[in-house]
Design a protein around this ligand. Sequence first.
Ligand code: SF4
Length: 384
Amino acid sequence: MVPVTTDPAVLELDDVRKYFNTERGIIDTILRREVNEIPAVDGVSVSLAENQTIGVIGESGCGKTTLLRCIAGLYDLTGGSIRYEGDDISEFGSRAERAYRRNVQIIFQDPFNSLNPKKTVRKTLLEPLRIHDVENREERVYDILRQVELDPPERFLDKYPRELSGGELQRISIGRALILEPDVILADEPVSMLDVSTQAAILKLLSRLTDEFDTSMLYISHDLSTVSYICDTINVMYLGRVIERAPTLELLDDPKHPYTQALINAIPVPDPHNERERTQLKTSPPDPGELRRGCRFKDRCPERMEVCDTKPEDVRVGEQWEVACHLYYDHEETTARGSRARAETDGDQQMEHPVPQNTGSTTGAGPTAGSGSAAGDSGGGGRE
Ligand code: SF4
């Protein structure tokens, strides 16, 4: 799914893939069986513009944390590229890598374990300044504590993590990430371990500070309500792929992909008289090491059709809205385009799939079973 944006990107992910090998057991070795690859992230393209906050949402195991670790440079990519201000991060020398580490900071999920228990707040906040040789360190520490609303700073400077509450710890984590005034914050479910009232306060704080510091943010979570509070655009991820991307309000108002619909229907409504229709998903997600051909959501999808045994195209259904689902495009047109492209490329097996232009939503007017084989060539390989 190719991001649709006209703003200059500070961070650009293009077809990012990260596969893990499963461990080879004794039986596999004796029988010389192939070791399965698990496509934790499988062809994700995301663009983060200056001062933009985008969200990545999905169930645990969908690949969102792996994606964040790839961006942070903690994993080598299996394929694709990540560009920071136009430069491929895999080609950085030590100087550029150091600058990247300074300019792209992470806020971790667990504030109780992400801070060193043996370091006081003062030492924790001074450390990144010392590593990157920043001047006026004491002054900056005082400033950032006030910014994260731990005021007066003297009250907190000499405390250890065990002496602070969860909310205070996460404020320190946010302060540590922002103290170097980075271009990008990678937020890994930063409020999921906090109680609800603290969550709201931390989300407000993050939103205000990313504005004030002119920082872009990639925010990942399994919780659609927190993502929708803070993000301009949401990417919905399922088993390693982005299956829907849209501006937040539009996505919440009229989700297209059946999986997104299920996520939104699952958000509790604080009104006993509002009986929201629930989408019942079949089964649990398949084993990522045993993915079958076609749409990865097909075993759980209430709208499944025969054509879903082939990989769905990414379809534009709004100006900045894309969805990967067979319900939203005309398969005959796609097939005709595919045939023409195949003729032009003289049977090139690696041909790019034709992507139909805006065909609008056609929910309820999905392809017939007969169109299944027609779209079949647009799918990926045997195991996707
Ligand atoms: S492609 Fe088919 S199985 Fe997949 S979400 Fe769309 S309708 Fe459901």
